[in-house]
Ligand binder design. Structure first.
Ligand code: ATP
Length: 362
């Protein structure tokens, strides 16, 4: 069983605190992605877990043992970095077996591990080649093979797919996911790509400016974001978030525009909070629709149309607030630019945030 716990972990470089009182539990066999914008402290967090950085305060525990003072070698973790750093003059075979050979593992065991890992990663035919004779995806698989051959306790991956083209990236991520599930190795995967994080993770830990914003399953973080930052970071296009005012138990006014009725449960949650009247409302582009000339909803007009084959993405300008709102419509829905209508948010799909803190109102 391999469980990782970070307790109040902080790390600064000079005067800048890049990891800020981070608390995180990664359960045995779990696949957790650390997601957040560039510079939010994801890599530093991973390097602290690997032992490549020392923490300033807090505890890192693996299997209930504090590992703060353990060297990277003694932590028994395998890390795959953004640039895989394969040894260029070694064949794939030698690259993969290198970690075993330096630990003087018996030859027959090395051969057996090599065969197992190569078959699992479909790279047996590549074993005689040098890294420069491999595609990006193949190099990626070799780097993963080199990490896995040691049967690590913990698998740490830092943006390992960033050099791959979009198609290969999607293929490789399904391979990693099925591999991780098959081997049951507890895994922490750093990415700034929200689609990748959603596709891979059992749970996503969203970070911003060194702090954990939310940890939850892809459905939880996408469907019930803890704050505006999470709401807008997950999903492409991002969630629409508009300034609004709460006036009575069932009505929200978006800026000084039109009254938009809110269904009861959310309204009653709001009513129970004293002093919250300035709010922000959020809804996903796929949770709204645009009705030409409609009567209910937010008045808006069409500004941009982006067909994708599977749907039409409309950028609309709300008439009262002039906010830009994105709405996903069926393919072929292509009104003329400037067409006026109403944006309606589907029942139960409105997210409500405190205007000051940005936190979800619950
Ligand atoms: P990215 O997605 O761009 O890789 P990240 O979320 O992984 O970003 P980190 O690499 O952890 O972010 O960096 C967090 C902050 O710490 C950044 O502002 C970075 O410049 C800074 N930083 C990282 N390593 C060092 C270092 N060794 N010395 C000084 N500052 C550092």
């Amino acid at each position: 069983m391999v469980k990782v716990i970070l307790e109040d972990v902080s790390k600064s470089f000079g005067s800048s605190k890049v990891v800020n009182d981070l608390n995180l539990t990664v359960n045995d066999k779990e696949f957790v992605t650390l997601l957040g914008p560039s510079g939010c402290g994801k890599t530093t967090t991973l390097r602290c877990i690997a032992g490549l950085e020392t923490v300033d305060s807090g505890k890192i525990m693996v299997d209930d043992q504090v590992v703060n003072d353990k060297s990277p070698q003694d932590r028994d973790v395998a890390m795959v970095f953004q640039n895989y750093a394969l040894y260029p003059f070694m064949t794939v075979r030698d690259n993969i077996t290198f970690p075993l050979r330096i630990h003087k593992v018996p030859k027959d065991k090395v051969e057996r591990k090599l065969r197992d890992v190569s078959e699992m990663l479909h790279i047996t035919h590549l074993l005689p080649r040098k890294p420069k004779q491999l595609s990006g995806g193949e190099q990626q698989r070799v780097a993963v093979g080199r990490a896995l051959v040691r049967d690590p306790k913990l698998f740490l991956l830092d943006e390992p797919f960033s050099n791959l083209d979009a198609k290969l990236r999607i293929e490789t991520r399904s391979e990693i996911k099925s591999l991780q599930k098959g081997l049951g190795i507890t895994t922490i995967f750093v990415t700034h790509d929200q689609a990748e994080a959603m596709a891979l993770a059992d749970r996503i830990a969203v970070m911003n400016q060194g702090s954990l914003q939310q940890i939850g399953t892809p459905d939880e973080t996408y469907g019930k974001p803890a704050n505006v930052m999470v709401a807008q970071f997950l999903g492409s296009p991002a969630m629409n978030v508009l300034n609004a005012r709460f006036v009575k138990p069932d009505t929200i006014i978006i800026k000084d525009g039109v009254d938009v009725a809110v269904r009861r449960p959310e309204a009653s949650k709001l009513a129970s909070l004293s002093g919250v009247d300035e709010i922000r409302v959020g809804f996903r582009p796929e949770d709204a629709e645009f009705e030409i000339g409609g009567q209910d909803g937010i008045p808006a007009e069409v500004r941009v149309e982006e067909p994708s084959g599977t749907h039409m993405l409309l950028t609309l300008e709300a008439s009262a607030s002039l906010d830009q709102v994105k709405v996903v419509m069926p393919p072929g829905f292509a009104p003329r630019l400037g067409t006026k209508g109403r944006i309606r948010v589907r029942e139960g799909k409105l997210n409500i945030f405190d205007a000051k803190s940005g936190d979800r109102v619950e």
